[in-house]
Design a protein around this ligand. Sequence first.
Ligand SMILES: Cc1cc2nc3c(=O)[nH]c(=O)nc-3n(C[C@H](O)[C@H](O)[C@H](O)COP(=O)(O)OP(=O)(O)OC[C@H]3O[C@@H](n4cnc5c(N)ncnc54)[C@H](O)[C@@H]3O)c2cc1C
Length: 450
Amino acid sequence: MEIIMESIWSQTVQIDKREHLPGDTNADVAVIGAGMAGLITAYLLKKQGKNVVVLEADRIAGGQTKNTTAKITSQHGAIYKTLIEHYGREKAQLYARANESAIDAYEKIIYDEGIDCHFKRENSYLYSTVDENSLKEELRAAASLGIKSYLVKLTKLPFPVKGAVCFPEQAQFHPLEFLRGISRDIQIYENTKALKVNGHSVITKWGTVKAQHIVFATHYPFPIVPGFYFARQHQERSYVLAIKGIEKWDGMYYCMEEGGLSLRWYEDVLLVGGGAHRTGMKYSECGYSALRRSAKQLLPKGEEVAAWAAQDCITHDELPLIGTFSVLRPYWYVATGLKKWGMTGSMISAEIISDIICGIENPYAKLFSPKRCHFFAARKKLWRDIKISMAGLKRGWLNEGVKRCSHMGCVLKLNKEEGTWDCPCHGSRFKRDGSLIDNPAQTNFRKSCE
Ligand SMILES: Cc1cc2nc3c(=O)[nH]c(=O)nc-3n(C[C@H](O)[C@H](O)[C@H](O)COP(=O)(O)OP(=O)(O)OC[C@H]3O[C@@H](n4cnc5c(N)ncnc54)[C@H](O)[C@@H]3O)c2cc1C
């Protein structure tokens, strides 16, 4: 059977096309980016009576959201032990509550709007193939925060595991069916890239939107200054295979070890995620081929019918960056660093940002605020990123003719499996002909001699 290189979501849902911005206009809020984060933000603001305009460079959900696996869960790998160690019980508990209530918020919107999007409550299992003790530690951490959780020795998985920590009543859905549902009445302009933001003005090639508030929901915020978001996160790429021919089980699964598989069902298709690596690095050890090897070994009866990849921003201190962009721009807002858990992350960011704009106190705003400084927790990753960026820049300066990223000038690496040029520093990606695929870069790549 032919393998389709497109996500199961884009294959099964078409969202109606929208026109580009017709000319200059005014709004209460301009949201840049029509992915999961931007559209839920626009939806909530509209419910609060705000006049919202959404500007999208490509199509609705044309970024990472169309390639997610769309688990809606507060179980983000073995996070709770780490969060308690870094930030203490109170903050770890806030993180858990924010994500738990995001699941309920999805359910409520889906119910209120009557959206048919395959939303289903499912147990979520964090499993290990090697180490029962780490599972027990994570269970103790989660339970101490009041998260409903328990340990199981046996799972429904068709390969042996040491056990799994179950978070009951989590959820999964079809992300594009959901976005089609909530975007119906929102003013969205597609093919309208924000080229520059000057104060309250968002400039596009079709005209300027003047807004009291501006939300950067662009996955990776593109302004370098203020905010310095490029120094606070890196991007990680992951791969998904859609597999048929396997007997179906209940529940969503996520392996706690590096290189393990993430699993969920969509109808009779099993979505198998993995092969993760920092964008622009480690292509020989990770990527599609590594994921296919693991899937073949653990799920030998499966037949691959589709495959796709996406990437997400990973912050240095394990927490997303959500809230006011910078003290220098108190009327700009950002949602980034969603760490591959951007379904609950998008709901949390939409609630925090819409609450700030509407003057409503939000219990989670401080935890995720970009104003925080967790230098101690972030220092190792920060130092690693400085070294990677300096090496990338130096090679660009010394070698004429190499392909350099148009964001900050780092040397690009060839990603042979996907036929793209990728930046190890901040994760921008380009086609072979130099045209831009993924931000933070905003324009096509350059050669260092140009
Ligand atoms: C393989 C993989 C699997 C994942 N699975 C899960 C999962 O199971 N559960 C979970 O919670 N999370 C998951 N995630 C994470 C989740 O998919 C993302 O965090 C989420 O989709 C990000 O949404 P977003 O709206 O921030 O970004 P995007 O969807 O990328 O949206 C940003 C939008 O902004 C637009 N844009 C960019 N620049 C401009 C500009 N200058 N002007 C106008 N528009 C612009 C882009 O075109 C894009 O449409 C996964 C991630 C990966 C990589």
